[in-house]
Design a protein around this ligand. Structure first.
Ligand code: 13P
Length: 252
């Protein structure tokens, strides 16, 4: 049985005082830890703060991106071991906001997935189609291409060290979440693709849905058989709403 997982992707938001309120409220929130896990991904400067508040608690924290390199002349980048040094357990890889601005490619996401696992981090690997691709009916082709780039780099077994997330670009930040049925279909398709390669892994790997997850749709989404939780952007900026989403995951 896969445990549910809720990840806050706080993107480029927050400040020291607001983060403190959010993280402390999350700790105090009555989330069920018996069958669900919770992660907060903050901008890199705030990893130190996340560590100091969450250390020793059941809530994990992570980065939103990283370099595939360990050190060197890569201005503005952060290495896997730097994230580890600040207690990160997770790192988001291949978010569409980075793919769209040309920072991330299929190749670089595969390489960074591997670099993250080598450093002992759990990558949260994002896939998803644009609105045009959705309308063209090629969601499956796009997500499989993105997933195969990672499988090509690390082999299907390598996926076991991470988490997958389907985030349709048209649902991110729009308030228009995919219907639970659409998300379920895509996740079932992705799980089926993995199953052909490794049936046991397909049963165990967690696949999240992301894109306008809110307190009022979380329970329905998380109740679908292949949706193992959510990657939450905007709603993670509202403490009460995010706690309700975590509680929804814990109830299922
Ligand atoms: P929203 O929840 O704001 O749609 O963002 C989703 C997302 O991009 C999480 O990574």
């Amino acid at each position: 049985m896969r445990r549910k997982l809720v990840v806050a992707n706080r993107k480029m938001n927050g400040n020291l005082s607001g983060n403190k309120v959010f993280l402390e409220a999350l700790l105090a929130g009555t989330c069920d830890y018996s069958n669900a896990d919770y992660v907060v991904c903050v901008p890199h400067p705030y990893l130190f703060q996340a560590e100091s508040i969450l250390k020793g608690s059941p809530i994990a924290w992570g980065g939103q991106n990283m370099s595939r390199y360990e050190s060197g002349a890569y201005t503005g980048s952060v290495s896997p071991s730097m994230l580890v040094e600040f207690g990160c357990e997770y790192v988001i890889i291949g978010h569409s906001e980075r793919r769209q601005r040309g920072h991330d490619t299929d190749l670089s996401t595969g390489e960074r997935f591997e670099a993250a696992t080598k450093a002992g981090l759990k990558p949260i690997f994002c896939m998803g189609e644009t609105l045009a691709e959705y309308e063209e009916g090629i969601t499956d082709i796009v997500t499989i291409r993105q997933l195969n780039a990672v499988i090509h780099e690390i082999g299907v077994q390598g996926l076991a060290k991470g988490v997958l997330a389907y985030e349709p670009v048209w649902a991110i930040g729009t308030g228009k979440a995919a219907s639970p049925e659409h998300a379920q279909n895509v996740l079932s398709f992705l799980r089926g693709h993995i199953e052909v390669l490794d049936a046991e892994l397909a049963q165990n790997i967690r696949i999240l849905y992301g894109g306008s997850v809110k307190a009022d749709n979380a329970e329905k989404l998380f109740s679908m058989p292949d949706i193992d939780g959510g990657l939450v952007g905007g709603a993670s900026l509202n403490t009460e709403e995010f706690v309700s989403i975590c509680q929804a995951a814990g109830r299922i």
